[in-house]
Design a protein around this ligand. Sequence first.
Ligand SMILES: Cc1ncc(COP(=O)(O)O)c(C=O)c1O
Length: 357
Amino acid sequence: MAKKLFIPGPVEVHPDILAAMAMPMIGHRMPEYAALHGRVTGALKKLLATEEKVFLATSSAFGVMEGAVRNLVKRRCVNFCNGAFSDKWHDVTKRCGKEADAVKVDWGKAITPDIVDRALATGKYDSLTLIHNETSTGVMSPLPEIAAVLKKYPEVVSIIDTVSSMSALSIPVDALGIDCCIFGVQKAFALPPGLAVFTASAKALERAGTVEGRGYYFDFLEFAANDLKNNTPSTPCISLVYALDRQLERIFSEGLEQRWARHREMASLVRNWVVDRGFGFFAEEPYRSLTLTCAVNSRNVDLAALKKILAGRGYAFDDGYGKIKGQTFRIAHMGDMQCADLCEFLSVIDESLGQLS
Ligand SMILES: Cc1ncc(COP(=O)(O)O)c(C=O)c1O
């Protein structure tokens, strides 16, 4: 049985998007692809408020997260870590053979501007990685305030993961001064997985030009050269590019302000439910994510049993990630979801909780 997805990615995909993916195939060196690619990157530039380069990569987000480290870390990188995905990014940075230090805070806490300032003030780093919205813990770090600190360190290239936040709120890439902003499409963009988007500032491309060992598949300079022809270095996932084209149209027809407001409303609906039902929040205030809520299982519910009941009723429920599985559960509120979908899901959870007790 197909389950309605309320996990933090992949999320439900709208039938219009599935239909867009069924478009007849074209060749990526045909003019039809160049037109599609140009339209999609143009719309992405508008959404991201950037005039810098926007590239499409056929991979999940971690492909580009690894690629960014390979291209942009020359001397030493600082990886800010506050959850499973940022911890993993540190590991990936080291596995790429780069000099790197992890600055860790406890899971559930945010990376704050003073933490970033203290690390960069050591003068040891020419690059940093940061996850805006730690999906494992439901923490959204304060990007505008962090970006203000980054402006003090123009020699540092910033690599920012907005995998589970981009499009759910305003993230103006150029105004924030982000050198490389990365996201996948299976979270707030609500597409099937397999496509990652990234930006590269002139500073990032200049850095890449001085770094050895960039490899081929994620070589930023290959992306830049192909971008001049509205193309990609290797064969792209054309069906997903069609899907992204359709989704960008849908996003702009909803309106960005309305989309951001809908995400705020959905977040507050779920947070109110969490409080009303006597659960806690894993993320410290005021850094709770706008796109998912990570609740503390303070009522000691058998989450595995709850997940099974919900699955039987046709809903996919997440019972926590990594070392906090079972102690927490996560409810996604992103993408094409509406408050009505969440009300439906929350009332089924209520009934299922009744069955458990
Ligand atoms: C914040 C964040 N970064 C990175 C990733 C990894 O993305 P992928 O599995 O698409 O490579 C995820 C996946 O959930 C994520 O939530």
